[in-house]
Design a protein around this ligand. Sequence first.
Ligand code: IDP
Ligand code: MG
Length: 149
Amino acid sequence: MERTLILVKPDGVQRGVVGEVISRFEKRGLRLCGLKMLHMSKELAERHYHEHEGKPFYEGLITYITSGPIVAMCWEGSDAIAIARRTMGATRPAEAEPGSIRGDYALEVGRNIVHGSDGPETAAFELDLYFTEDELIDWERSTDQWVFE
Ligand code: IDP
Ligand code: MG
């Protein structure tokens, strides 16, 4: 079982697609293991996006991600990281497949609705930024046997 951090970014919250994003991950079969709403501080944004520091879009990215409340979630399942990234679609919405979240709801890379961890190490690092251990819930669904092999 793998866990991944998913964020509905400020544009997604403002545009009222939080439920839609949650619904897509739920329908895919991933299991929700943590959820909260918060307004990211500049410090948290800089820690989250430290790998992009110095890039031309970095300052705009920090301004964007701290511009309003976000929803942070933990989703789990076999291959959750890769499956969530495919469900989200490509970083650049122009390249995101129709049927993906970004392919259906976004136009611009700097307003691309969602974030998802890109690997096991970043997932662990990012989940730790947003959730304490006791905020991540270990539970079973009655449908798990019909979703997990
Ligand atoms: P990801 O979110 O799909 O993992 P990353 O390359 O890690 O994509 O970039 C992080 C975020 O930074 C993107 O989701 C996007 O919001 C923003 N970003 C990336 N590249 C650009 C760009 O060229 N212009 C503006 N924003 C960008
Ligand atoms: Mg990334």
